[in-house]
Design a protein around this ligand. Structure first.
Ligand code: SAM
Length: 278
């Protein structure tokens, strides 16, 4: 074996042992996350923390809980935005809201909600359709740091230009700024927009379902998982949806080649909106 190949093999073994140790000690199971992206994130963390081998990082994380928090921040990619992929929200309004309108109570689960922007976007969509008062929105994430930000509903004012543009592109009908109050640094989302949202830590890999939902959005979460974990998560989501319930995935995600491909009908192929059919 040449030297470079040997190094790659050692690094691969170290990463496997590291993830096994993290799972056994802390219960966070990253063993079936997509390996290339997991490796990239571990190496990035090593560079930031000036640690030269995975084994050294492992020792820090296993011996100091504070390092587990750093690892969690590094491996859970928290990128998000209000009305991210605006046509998704247009399609949701046109194709899904009419299906929800006649329900006495609408239960929605945002899986992997990050800092909450997706959840507030949904709250706004429901409000503008007159459905917000009969909605109950559950928003969960593995990462408590981002969940706390989500709960507060406070975002840098500098992001509001992009979010307003997305809101307009999603063809919403109101004025985006009516949903928050601004000071010189931040935008604080109105209490009224938060009252229907229940935030909770939930790990998609190790925790089970906790309710039945009319809608589940799990967008841009499973792209970080390998095929076998994606199938496992689809099983959880499928089992958590009511008959005729709606599943929304991220635009780069798919139901194709999963065990559940034939158990949904496509409501919007491009925007990844599906309806459970059996
Ligand atoms: C890229 S963000 C997606 C945020 C939002 N859904 C969106 O599309 O804008 C992915 C989120 O999934 C969360 N996540 C990763 N692994 C998870 C797991 N096992 N259980 C629950 N959430 C997880 C991360 O913490 C992160 O906040």
């Amino acid at each position: 074996m040449d030297k470079e190949h040997a190094c790659d093999t050692v690094e691969k073994i170290e990463i496997q042992l590291f993830l096994e140790g993290v799972f056994r000690l802390y219960g966070y199971d990253f063993r079936d996350y997509a390996s290339a992206s997991m490796r990239r994130r571990i190496l990035q963390l090593m560079e930031i923390e000036k640690v030269s081998t995975v084994s050294e990082l492992q020792s820090m994380v296993l011996h100091h809980e504070k390092w587990m928090e750093r690892l969690l921040m590094a491996v859970s990619v928290n990128v998000t935005a209000m009305f991210r992929d605006p046509p998704f929200y247009t399609s949701f309004r046109e194709k899904v809201l009419p299906l929800l309108a006649s329900l006495p109570l609408i239960r929605i689960w945002h899986v992997g909600c990050s800092t909450g922007e997706e959840v507030y976007s949904m709250a706004i969509l429901l409000k503008e359709a007159g459905l917000y008062d009969k909605a109950k929105i559950y928003a969960t994430d593995i990462n408590e740091v981002v969940l706390n930000k989500a709960k507060n509903g406070i975002y840098p004012l500098s992001l509001m230009k992009e979010y307003t543009d997305n809101y307009i592109m999603a063809k919403c009908g109101g004025v985006f700024s009516q949903y928050y109050t601004a000071d010189d640094k931040n935008a604080v989302f109105n209490e009224g927009m938060r009252k229907k949202i229940i935030w909770a830590q939930h790990n998609l890999v190790t925790d089970s379902s906790f309710n039945e939902f009319d809608v589940i959005l799990c967008r841009n979460v499973m792209i970080y998982f390998n095929k076998s974990l994606q199938n496992k998560v689809h099983e959880l989501l499928y089992g958590s949806l009511k008959a005729n319930g709606i599943l929304g995935l991220g635009t780069a995600e798919t139901l194709r080649f999963t065990v559940f491909e034939n158990r949904y009908k496509e409501l919007d192929r491009k925007m990844k909106l599906f309806q459970k059919v059996m």
